[in-house]
Ligand binder design. Structure first.
Ligand code: GUN
Length: 292
């Protein structure tokens, strides 16, 4: 069993981007920029957005944090998005989700220019991913593929079983692994809560990707000997021995599953840390494709 170190790979990616940006600065060129838009005061969202801004600053990327109160109107938010669609200093626009109930999330996502859709949530980006065109893939699934590539894990012809069908992870990772491209070209099965016997599918996986949001759901008897296990879950479970009163665990019963695997991602320290690194990579890509 070998641990897949998301922290290490995320740091590697940030370092590569930092170098590229310092080259741009040396040449006197504009640098890539990311604007984050946060509405309301959800404490978790505030932390996520702050971390995204910090990550930009650390690699020399321009960043701006727009914050609006929860009572902003849908039209005002649309205007703000439109403002940044036209601002050439910002190549990526990230509207942190969830948004307050009175705002239609789909409408806001669809207002973001597909050229600046570094989250990969716009229906045009989703469609381009499905038909295999170069596009912005959502950051967490893009991070999973990056881990597989950087650990030289063979994916061609391998059976990838995805647990979960969310628009943020399950569906996009299935589409990514299906592409006839390097780091993909897999046989893909998506399973979900309606399956009568989930283990029937998961036991066939050469690469199992768990993204269902249920703590310790995947047990040792659900996987094949030597499988690669990617754990996307971030679940809080009560733990009175911790000062916060909880600890974070994945969707996989790590202790019992790990010895059976060839590779496994830990939680924390696995996939989670890749999301921001891939957001930076997508922003750099937006700059190269449409900006400067
Ligand atoms: N909320 C939780 N995760 C994400 C994400 O990856 N992007 C955005 N925009 N909002 C989120």
């Amino acid at each position: 069993m070998k641990l897949i170190d998301g922290k290490l790979i995320a740091a590697e990616i940030r370092e590569e981007l930092k170098k590229e940006i310092s080259e741009l600065i040396k040449k006197g060129k504009n640098v890539p920029g990311l604007v984050t838009i946060l509405v309301g005061d959800n404490p978790a969202s505030e932390i996520y957005v702050r971390n995204k801004g910090k990550a930009c600053e650390e690699i020399g990327m321009r960043t701006k944090a727009e914050k609006r109160s929860a009572d902003i109107s849908e039209n005002e938010l649309l205007e703000l998005v439109n403002h940044y669609n036209k601002d050439n200093n910002y190549h990526g626009i990230l509207v942190q989700l969830p948004l307050p109930k009175h705002i239609n999330e789909d409408k806001i996502i669809e207002a973001i220019s597909p050229k600046k859709d570094v989250d990969g949530f716009h229906p045009i980006s989703v469609g381009n991913l499905v038909i295999g065109k170069d596009t912005f893939a959502p950051c967490t699934p893009a991070g999973i593929q990056e881990l597989l590539i950087r650990y030289n894990i063979e994916t061609k012809g391998k059976h990838v079983v995805v647990l979960g069908r969310s628009n943020i992870v399950g569906k996009p990772i299935a589409n990514i692994m299906l592409q006839k491209k390097e780091g993909a070209n897999s046989i893909v099965t998506i399973c979900h809560s309606a399956a009568k016997d989930l283990a029937h599918y998961t036991r066939q996986a050469d690469i199992l990707i768990a993204a269902i949001g249920q703590p310790n759901f995947v047990k040792a008897d659900m996987i094949k000997e030597g499988a690669v296990v990617i754990d996307v879950g971030i679940n809080r479970v009560e733990d009175s021995t911790k000062s916060k009163g909880y600890r974070v665990v994945g969707d996989v019963d790590f202790e019992n599953v790990a010895p059976k695997t060839s590779f496994i991602t830990p939680v924390p320290g696995g996939v989670g840390l890749m999301t921001i690194a891939m957001l930076l990579k997508n922003t750099f890509k937006a700059y190269l494709m449409f900006g400067e």
